[in-house]
Design a binder for this molecule. Structure first.
Ligand code: BG6
Length: 449
């Protein structure tokens, strides 16, 4: 492709999608002048020599020493050869200016992640590697730390004494669409839980870092990962639930079953729903279950974290109605509402002491009156700045795979009765039982506070 064509395509895309509209001509032209395109075979060492040469020529023309950022959004089998190629061509050598950005899938189990990581670490230092989990770039996810540690009143109750349980939900109404090829190799546990939901859990559960640096923050998250009780194979049936969506015709609408989606095997056993109960064995969280769930074709589009507080221990109101029916709750709302909601008991007007749950809400868009940056805007900016605070360190990813390995093994060995949930529902009934056996329930519908 000629650089001119590339420039025209990019300009059209920026004009169409950018929140700030069409770029000004002089800005665009000075950027477009620097675009170049190299078509090459990623398996051939010559490619990387050519790439290095092209970068040298650009740097020479610009009369500068550039930062070189290599963005790898690749099929899994190419990670190792590409990394080798980049390394051998000297494109990893500058510890400060050479960076590599990795898109998932970062392996599909512990062994395959370690293989990719070993290949990377042969050439790149950990500080040069930026593993993307786009949830970490979301404003509302970053706000978890702001709310927890920027205020004095939440931290004292953020523990087993006051918190009954934590429920993390990432629910999607869409099915897998055109991603059957990828999804068949992944499933909900690998696609969502291993990365996004585990990162959310770490942000909710971690101790405050003493200084705000990438290493300190990631160390504190790692403490959480190390404190999560391992799941033995015998426990899997008790703490993990999986599901796959059926097809349906309803009210003139048609939803395709997962097994009928393009690129999906007619007898696929891949899960489109996963739920998990985890325990964090430390002083802060001992005895507080963390429930995680994520699925496709569910009733609502909704990502949220609910911190459900304990019931009040004693009622002194005579004939009081409503106390403890819905204990106090703090909600981090990630999608589609972006904000925080606090639910607490208040008196209903009238002669009797009747309590009802009310909500205080903070909504980003309403308060700040402008659209908030997309996660990728934030993350790419951080890559340019060379700050890895919002990226996953290898040990975290490794720990998450190690934690989920027994679940993956048991699920691979035992054939599930799929499909097992209707589109537009809240997933398999076993997911409700996961909480019900402990006297708890998921929030339905999740966005209505
Ligand atoms: C991606 C998953 O990482 O996250 C997708 O691969 C999923 O399957 C998506 O749909 C959800 O992201 P968001 O930002 O829309 O919640």
């Amino acid at each position: 492709m000629a650089p001119q064509q590339l420039s025209t395509d990019y300009q059209e895309a920026v004009t169409r999608f950018s929140r700030s509209g069409a770029p000004e001509a002089h800005h665009w032209n000075s950027f477009a002048d620097k675009l170049t395109y190299l078509r090459a075979d990623l398996q051939s060492p010559q490619t990387y020599a050519d790439l290095a040469e092209r970068i040298r020529a650009c740097a020479h023309g610009w009369n500068t020493v550039p930062d070189v950022i290599q963005y790898l959004a690749l099929p899994p089998q190419l990670f190792v050869p590409v990394t080798e190629g980049l390394g051998q061509a000297g494109l990893a050598a500058d510890r400060i200016r050479a960076r590599v950005v990795l898109e998932k899938p970062l392996g599909r189990d512990l062994a395959s992640f370690c293989a990719v990581n070993t290949a990377l670490r042969r050439w790149f230092d950990e500080s040069q590697i930026f593993r993307i989990d786009h949830y970490l770039g979301k404003e509302t996810v970053q706000n978890i730390l702001a709310l927890r540690f920027g205020n004095p009143m939440f931290e004292p109750v953020w523990n087993r004494q006051f918190v009954d349980h934590v429920a993390i939900t990432v629910a999607e109404q869409d099915g897998i669409g055109g991603r059957g090829g990828y999804y068949e190799t992944a499933g909900a546990l690998r696609d969502m839980v291993q990365n996004h939901l585990m990162q959310l859990l770490c942000l909710v559960a971690m101790e405050p870092p003493s200084v705000y640096t990438a290493e300190q923050l990631r160390n504190r998250k790692m403490d959480v990962m190390q404190a999560i009780a391992p799941i033995s194979k015998d426990e899997v049936a008790r703490v993990a639930v999986r599901g796959q969506y059926e097809g349906a015709h309803s009210a003139g609408e048609f939803w395709r079953a997962y097994r009928d989606e393009p690129g999906v095997a007619a007898d696929s056993l891949v899960e489109t729903y996963a739920a998990l109960r985890l325990s964090i064995e430390n002083w802060r969280w001992q005895g507080v279950p963390f429930y995680l769930r994520s699925g496709k074709r569910l009733a609502e589009d909704c990502s949220e974290i609910a911190i459900r507080f304990r019931r009040v221990p004693h009622c002194f109101f005579p004939n009081c109605v409503g106390l403890n029916e819905q204990p106090a709750e703090l909600l981090f709302q990630i999608k589609p509402i972006q904000g925080v909601a606090m639910r607490f008991a208040a008196k209903v007007p009238g002669y009797a002491m009747v309590l009802q749950t009310m909500a205080l809400r903070f909504n980003y868009e309403q308060v700040f009156g402008r659209a908030i940056p997309e996660a990728y805007e934030t993350l790419l900016r951080e890559v340019f700045r060379g700050d890895s605070m919002l990226f996953m360190r290898a040990d975290q990813v490794e720990a998450a795979w190690a934690l989920l390995e027994p679940v993956l093994h048991v699920w691979a060995e035992e054939e599930p009765a799929f499909p097992n949930y209707a589109p537009g529902s809240w997933g398999p009934t076993a997911s409700d039982q996961l909480l019900a056996t402990e006297g708890r329930a998921w929030r339905y519908p999740v966005q209505r506070t």
